[in-house]
Design a protein. Structure first.
Length: 197
């Protein structure tokens, strides 16, 4: 008899345990990192501000196992704080076409006020704080790269795939896609083609 009295209690306990287990949810897409103008100006100087639109994106761009970040921003004078804030202004887009010196190619900037001064800020992370570290491993301002949207996608490079910054731009009904990636020593530009909108 005592055994029969335990069955209902055991069933009730099992049911309660089953109900209390959380339902399996699909993995949520990671939220974009929180970046403010104060953070940008601390790392790159007062001439740079966060650009509304593309969200900051993270990946391990330099392959060291530590998270890096790319941020769309607007900088009125990228070269001004280069030494003081310890970053490097680079122009992989114009370097691809043979004009690699940013001190010269910065003059190629668009005359369109909507795109003038639009840059990508890249921070290579260091230590457990990664790209948020007080003194990151390296910092870059990428100038003259045309983009409306920025994505991080895999790119084949030397028989492996690496994370790259993909820039999408729309112009007169045609969309162009290009990639900027770390080749182990520097950032390089690679056109990826055109797509009709």
């Amino acid at each position: 008899m005592p055994f029969l009295h335990r069955i209902p209690l055991l069933a009730i306990f099992s049911l309660a345990l089953t109900v209390s287990l959380p339902a399996q949810q699909p993995a949520a897409k990671p939220a974009a990192p929180v970046v403010t103008d104060d953070f940008i100006q601390k790392q790159f100087g007062e001439t740079c501000k966060l650009m509304p639109g593309p969200a900051p994106l993270t990946a391990d761009f330099d392959g060291d196992g530590i998270e890096d970040v790319v941020i769309a921003a607007r900088c009125t004078n990228p070269l001004m704080d280069e030494t003081e804030k310890n970053y490097k202004v680079i122009d992989p887009y114009d370097a691809y076409f043979g004009y690699g010196d940013p001190k010269i190619s910065i003059r190629f900037a668009s005359e369109d006020p909507a795109t003038r001064g639009v840059v990508l800020l890249v921070i290579h992370g260091k230590g457990p704080e990664a790209w948020r570290a007080e003194t990151p491993k390296a910092k870059f301002i990428i100038i003259n790269l045309p983009f409306k949207e920025v994505m991080v996608k895999k790119l084949p490079f030397h028989k492996k795939t690496i994370p790259a910054i993909f820039a999408a731009e729309a112009h007169e009904g045609e969309g162009t896609i290009s990639a900027v990636f770390w080749d182990g020593k520097k950032y390089r530009y690679q056109p990826m083609g055109s797509t009709m909108e």
